[in-house]
Design a protein around this ligand. Structure first.
Ligand code: ADP
Ligand code: MG
Length: 356
């Protein structure tokens, strides 16, 4: 196979790379929700039709998109969030790579309806698979943005077939990811509905202006919320390591008695600086410690780890779910020590129901 070396045509490169940015239904939805939160929305509604097979739409009341930004909106590596590499160290937004909308255009049919706060009227924009505007019409709209995707993965035959074949499983993964954002976005009213031929189900809803605990209660009920313990950082005795002050832990976990645990890890949510993610070593450590006290179950976990920005690299994978941390092993030992302290001796002040 020593043919002539030639560049792959641009549209195919775009398709190949986009499939790595948007892996599945969950990443597609996650990217749209993050854009809404980055736009300062206080209300974010996700509506799916037929579990996302027909379409999905995220509507927000954020700042909207200015007409000057329409042309670049869905072009690869076009973003309003950073200008150069140096900006990465101070980025506060979920997005910064300018890849989501362009990738979604390559993988589905994208329509954006938006009205910027400076505009009297909204605009509906239809994009082609290269991220260029195919069609543009004025439309009455409140300030904010709605992004609609249909025929997700239609341009990747294998992924498209798998998505339809495993629709319910993909949908379940997506709900898990969306729940993380619902829990952490305490000032945002969020909802998720799924419409099928016969039903229109509200699957998740939070009220905004809540605490994390109230959000847990909105989603899983007050019984779950009331049964949790508060997790805080505990520095192990004899540990005079300066690193202990680099991390803060804030969380809620199940008590280790058998009436509080779960049969699976379906209610575990991890965040670094309030960014939902999967810090695998921390996840493993939490479950290992819990299993020392309760071998047959898994805990409910909401754990937000606060770390100085210059100790975290979020730019590891396009979906930013894997995060590079300096001193990760020390963090793991801190998490273990804090959990052990909690389960060894549960003082009444740690119990939620004494605080409510
Ligand atoms: P990124 O979020 O990394 O910048 P995206 O492709 O997700 O890249 O979005 C490109 C740009 O489109 C964003 O930088 C932002 O300016 C704009 N945008 C996308 N979604 C919204 C939204 N819901 N509200 C306002 N602006 C948006
Ligand atoms: Mg984005």
């Amino acid at each position: 196979m020593s043919g002539q070396i030639k560049p792959i045509n641009k549209l195919d490169v775009h398709k190949i790379c986009s499939g790595q940015v948007v892996l599945n239904l969950a990443t597609a939805v996650k990217e749209l929700i993050e854009n809404s939160l980055d736009a300062g929305a206080t209300s974010v509604e996700l509506r799916l039709k037929e579990f996302g097979k027909d379409s999905l739409e995220v509507t927000d009341n954020g700042a909207g998109i200015h007409p000057d930004n329409f042309e670049g909106l869905a072009l690869k590596h076009h973003t309003s969030k950073i200008q150069d590499f140096a900006d990465l160290s101070s980025v506060e937004t979920f997005g910064f790579r300018g890849e989501a909308l362009s990738s979604l255009c390559a993988l589905s049919n994208v329509t954006v309806t938006t009205r910027h706060s400076s505009q009297e009227c909204g605009t509906k924009l239809l994009f082609d698979h290269e991220g260029n505007i195919k069609f543009k019409v004025p439309i009455a709209k409140q300030v904010g943005t709605a992004v609609n995707l249909s025929n997700l993965f239609s341009s990747l035959p294998v992924r498209h077939k798998e998505f339809h074949r495993n629709l319910k499983k993909e949908f379940g993964k997506m709900i898990q990811v969306v729940t993380g954002y619902c829990l952490v976005a305490t000032q945002v009213k969020m909802s998720c509905t799924n419409q099928t031929k016969s039903t229109n189900n509200v699957l998740l809803s939070t009220h905004g202006s809540n605490t994390v605990l109230e959000n847990i209660s909105c989603i899983y009920g007050s019984k779950q919320a009331n049964s949790l313990l508060i997790l805080k950082k505990v520095i192990p005795e004899n540990d005079d390591n300066d690193m202990a002050y680099m991390f803060e832990l804030d969380g809620y976990v199940s008590s280790c008695d058998h009436s509080s645990g779960r049969s699976s890890k379906d209610r575990q949510f991890y965040f670094i600086n309030s960014r939902p993610c999967e810090p695998l070593k921390v996840v493993r450590a939490v479950n290992e410690v819990y299993h020392q006290y309760n071998q047959s179950q898994y805990p409910f976990v909401y754990l937000n780890i606060t770390i100085a920005r210059d100790e975290v690299d979020i730019n590891v994978t396009p979906d930013k779910r894997q995060i590079f941390l300096s001193n990760e092993n020390y963090l793991v030992s801190l998490v273990k020590a804090s959990l052990n302290k909690l389960y060894e001796n549960i003082p009444s002040t740690y119990k939620i129901n004494t605080l409510l």
